[in-house]
Design a binder for this molecule. Structure first.
Ligand SMILES: [Zn+2]
Length: 289
């Protein structure tokens, strides 16, 4: 258990704020993309509830989409941040979840109460845990002071490579299993730039360490071999901006590639540990007989 805790610290990180163009409680990433919610992970200044994931807004003109939603506790702040940027929440049409984890998906519940026609996108393996309020899979037990779990309805399970329109913006869903089986990255072409939303598959360099990865755990069926393949795939996408599920983001193709490379080095290090699946408690449970 002590070794496992050490690895948890090894994979997680505490960060300092990145310098960005902030206005009110949101930050412009590029034309048409904003960070409208964020927790205090890594000691960043929270833009919404302290336990929220990063929440990004994609503006495609007459349609808006969010990538992840935070826990739900901060949803009114997120909507207020959006309005302060001059956007109308009634134009929100789609939610893209990078995983089922509650700090990313919990906001779907209050959002659907206000906007019942929202389309919710997630990888197919995430559907049942979200529907069944599977607390272990959703990482719910890691969070305190959260609202009661309610079923979350996914309306779309994009196939790998499926292109989804958000107004004039094209968003490609990319299945990147590893952190969870249904982990999904999204690659958006916005104002001529390739913007990659990596969720917790690759969080990247942060002040306390290079190549931070999302926590791996048996509760959400992490798989290091799948993660290895997924990271290699992200590296070859030649994205110009990388927006992770927590922490600061990265601009410039070289920066993005360096960060993904550092994630790969960190995983390579893990993969050299004998029987790493048992150490991380992510392998198949042994037959008790
Ligand atoms: Zn997360």
């Amino acid at each position: 258990m002590a070794l496992r805790s050490t690895l948890f610290i090894f994979l997680a990180a505490f960060l300092i704020p990145a310098s960005t163009e902030a206005r009110g409680e949101s930050i412009r990433v590029s034309d048409g993309v904003y960070c409208v919610g964020r927790g205090n992970w890594g000691r960043l200044k929270a833009l919404s509830d302290p336990q929220d994931s990063n929440v990004y807004l994609i503006s495609g003109g007459d349609e808006l989409a969010l990538v992840d939603t935070g826990t739900g506790v901060g949803i009114e702040q997120i909507l207020s941040n959006l309005r302060a940027r001059g956007f109308d929440p009634n134009q929100l049409k789609k939610i893209f979840l990078t995983s089922a984890h509650f700090d990313h998906s919990g906001g779907v519940i209050p959002l659907l109460e206000q906007f019942p026609n929202l389309e919710i996108y997630a990888g197919e393996p995430e559907v049942a845990p979200l529907r069944d309020s599977d607390a272990g899979y959703l990482g719910y037990s890691l969070l305190s002071s959260m609202p009661t779990l309610e079923p979350i309805r996914v309306s779309h399970t994009p196939s790998d490579g499926e292109v989804i329109r958000v107004g004039r913006v094209s968003v490609t869903a990319l299945r990147v299993p590893g952190h969870t089986p249904g982990a999904t990255a999204y690659l958006a072409e916005v104002a001529g730039q390739r913007i990659l939303f990596t969720g917790d598959t690759a969080i990247g360099d942060q002040p306390v360490g290079k190549g931070i990865l999302g926590t791996l755990d048996g509760h959400w069926r992490s798989n290091v071999t799948d993660l290895d393949n997924s990271l290699r795939r992200l590296f070859h996408l030649n994205a110009e901006i990388m927006l992770p599920g927590h922490g600061r983001w990265f601009k410039g193709r070289r920066q993005v590639q360096e960060n993904l490379q550092h994630c790969q080095w960190r995983l390579d290090f893990l993969l050299r540990i004998p029987d790493v699946e048992t150490l991380l408690m992510i392998g198949e449970a042994p037959d008790p007989r």
